[in-house]
Ligand binder design. Structure first.
Ligand code: SAM
Length: 288
């Protein structure tokens, strides 16, 4: 009798259809379920996050496990967090035999990630690698960075436009509040783009893989981060206005702002998108 010991063909549309049908699974738009079917993407992502036998990888949203398997082939251990409770039986099948990978059920925004990482990976270097659900890309990225997770990098697939914004140089037109926030915690790089046809079902937009290499030290000296982030949010909240006008939204008088802008060496006519992170830090320090 012939046994089929080959790994499940998780980028084969026919196989996935049959697998999902057998489990009575239908895609949830609400959970951002677009599964990767382009065979070259997951190996590239797994390589890009630096997975080796000495490292651990935290994945968010494994779906049917297409990226999980590629990570497990390279990393010492893989832990994948999945919110959809219809997927356990599917993943039990697709990850069978992959003893260094397991799934934690829950919402990645609600789990205690620092504790989970400590418990699962101990002192191993850890990377985050994921094809993120697009409806919560920025909240997830900010949650990971703000929790100051002990991870080396966050290598994720996001919508192409989000990738461009996240990786824009602060001080340019493409930058947004999230660009500055990410730049404070990490060095962002655009790695490669992925067409919409690489997914099942195909979304209406193209995607890109980015890598955020987490900084060991902040890139600028700021005395109170909260003040700096409040200024960034207020400035970009009204990005067409001059900082002198938009920053009153952060609770400062025009007199205070005028003096602080002068101390920080910033023109009062400057707009939010024209400032670098260092300039926001200088302004925050001048307002203390
Ligand atoms: N990794 C798979 C792939 O590349 O084919 C699936 C990626 S799909 C874009 C996003 C996955 O994230 C889905 O499996 C979805 O159920 C899961 N998900 C959505 N919201 C989540 C959350 N808050 N926490 C954990 N997983 C979530």
């Amino acid at each position: 009798m012939e046994h089929n010991t080959a790994a499940p063909r998780l980028t084969d549309v026919g196989y996935i259809r049959q697998l999902l049908e057998r489990h009575g699974f239908t895609f949830s738009k609400k959970l951002g379920q677009n599964f990767l079917i382009n065979p070259s993407v997951c190996p590239r992502m797994a390589e890009a996050c630096g997975a080796t036998p000495d490292t651990g990888v935290l994945e968010i949203g494994p779906g049917v496990g297409v990226l999980t398997r590629e990570l497990a082939l390279r990393a010492g251990k893989v832990v994948a967090i999945e919110l959809d409770d219809r997927l356990p039986p599917v993943l039990a099948e697709t990850l069978a035999g992959q003893d260094n990978a397991h799934v934690v059920w829950g919402d990645c925004l609600k789990l205690n990630l620092p504790a989970l990482i400590q418990e699962e990976f101990g002192n191993r270097p850890v990377a985050v690698c994921a094809n993120l659900p697009y409806y919560i890309t920025s909240p997830i990225i900010m949650h990971l960075l703000e929790s100051r997770l002990p991870v080396t990098n966050i290598t994720v697939m996001v919508q192409k436009e989000a990738a461009q914004r996240l990786c824009a140089a602060p001080g340019t037109r493409q930058a947004g509040a999230v660009t500055l926030a990410v730049a404070y915690y990490a060095e962002a790089e655009m790695l490669f783009t992925v067409s919409r046809g690489s997914f099942m079902p195909a979304p209406n937009v193209d995607s890109a893989v980015i890598r955020l290499t987490v900084r060991q030290q902040p890139p600028c000296a700021v005395q109170d981060e909260k003040v700096m982030f409040r200024l960034i949010r207020a400035g970009f909240g009204q990005r067409r206005k001059t900082l002198l006008n938009s920053l009153t939204g952060a609770g400062y008088s025009k007199e205070q702002l005028s003096a602080a802008l002068a101390t920080a060496g910033i023109a009062p006519t400057a707009r939010a998108e024209e400032l670098t992170l260092e300039q926001y830090a200088a302004l925050a320090n001048a307002l203390l």
